[in-house]
Design a protein around this ligand. Structure first.
Ligand code: GLY
Length: 399
């Protein structure tokens, strides 16, 4: 453990409770504007604007409503009368929208079906047995299978399936795969799980570099399926470690282990996590690329901190006691800093939950557009709540 980790405080139960209480109240006060519409992927001057259900990110808003519902149901005395019921009704309206979206194939020709449908519709099925949620999520899993390339054995992230410039996977996709495992579970059809397992193997064999930093994206030869080369899209440069990519790797390896129980994924989880931790600045919340650290005039990506904390908390469920305690302690220290230094504490400041995230920061060496820099983003808010929920109780995951 880095020296400064030892000195850092852990988030306590009382603060975790206070943070969840604020998050639930924030969700409740957002309902009038964000029930028929969704919060956009990123805020503008720290305030989210409404959007239709069209981006890859809208499931996180519904996921926040479900997390808020769970907490409000357990802690009725903290909230207005009927709070849990109101949150549930709003999430149900949104599940209808997700069913409509998949039935009408609205912006679903990409791999992010898991990010869209796990925290919204799988959650609704698990929490209240929603038939709409189940139908929509199974259809979304079918849609995800259409992104599979038998030549190369991976799920293609973006773009036309027959274009060589799109013949690649991205590290983020590991967190889309729980949808496929869930679909095999509810349908009894192993085809979803079989493809998830092939993708996991291909992804993990290629995106992790020798020093356990990770490629954001990895290309394959269209004719032979042979691994070709790694490249970044949202990181600073090809050879650097995009902070959120590394965080997706931490959480993705934990979920890969959860579903496959392959022992060889444990040391990979440990090393990829170690790389992430060793490149954190003093306050434990990364800059947008792990190339940068204290003293660099660069934006943070607070969402990466919460994503990695969720991954460590997930993996702690499967590790021996002492190692599990190590990762829980680290996750609590990271969340203490997110809560103290980044979380919104007053709704006049923002209608979101966590400030200082970075969605897509253009650099001279990357290929992404420039937006959502040093703002709230919707998955940063969602994974902040998920991490708090995991610290609050033995949580039945949506993933
Ligand atoms: N999955 C896209 C992102 O993390 O920005």
């Amino acid at each position: 453990m880095k020296e400064f980790f030892k000195e850092y405080q852990v988030i306590g139960d009382e603060e975790t409770g206070r943070a969840m209480e604020f998050a639930v109240k924030q969700a409740l006060s957002n309902l009038p504007e964000f029930t028929d519409k969704f919060q956009k992927a990123y805020s503008e001057k720290n305030f989210y604007q409404p959007t239709e259900n069209v981006d890859w990110t809208t499931g996180f808003w519904t996921g926040e409503l479900w997390l808020a519902y769970e907490y409000a149901l357990e802690n009725k005395e903290l909230f207005e009368d009927g709070a849990a019921e109101k949150l549930k009704r709003a999430a149900e309206v949104q599940m209808d929208s997700f069913l409509y979206r998949i039935d009408n194939k609205i912006e679903v020709d990409h791999h992010d079906m898991g990010f869209l449908y796990s925290p919204s519709c799988v959650a609704g099925y698990k929490l209240i047995g929603s038939k709409v949620g189940k139908e929509a999520a199974v259809k979304a899993a079918d849609q995800l299978l259409t992104r599979y390339h038998p030549v190369g054995e991976f799920l293609q992230a973006w773009g036309a399936m027959d274009a060589p410039e799109n013949y690649r996977l991205i590290i983020d996709c590991l967190n889309n795969l729980p949808l496929l495992y869930w679909a095999s579970g509810v349908t009894g059809d192993s085809k979803y799980r079989d493809i998830a397992e092939k993708h996991i193997h291909t992804a993990i064999s290629n995106v992790i570099r020798d020093d356990y930093s990770t490629w954001h994206t990895f290309f394959f030869d269209m004719e032979t399926g042979a691994p070709d080369h790694g490249a970044t899209c949202q990181g600073y440069r090809d050879g650097s470690a995009w902070a959120r990519g590394q965080a997706w790797g931490v959480y993705g390896l934990a979920t890969a282990y959860k579903y496959t129980k392959k022992e060889e994924y444990i040391p990979l989880f440990e090393k990829v996590t170690e790389y992430f931790l060793n490149h954190l600045p003093q306050d434990l919340v990364p800059f947008w690329d792990l190339e940068f650290t204290d003293g660099d005039d660069q934006p943070r990506d607070s969402s990466s901190a919460s994503i990695a904390a969720c991954g460590m908390l997930e993996m702690s469920r499967y590790l021996p006691e002492e190692e599990a305690a190590y990762y829980i302690t680290i996750a609590k220290k990271i969340m203490k800093s997110v809560y103290d230094n980044y979380a919104v504490k007053d709704k006049t400041q923002s209608n979101g939950l966590v400030l200082h995230s970075t969605y897509s920061n253009h650099s001279p060496y990357n290929t992404c557009n420039h937006y959502g820099v040093d703002e709230c983003n919707i998955w940063g808010d969602y994974f902040y709540m998920e991490a708090l929920m995991r610290l609050h109780k033995d949580w039945n995951q949506y993933w």
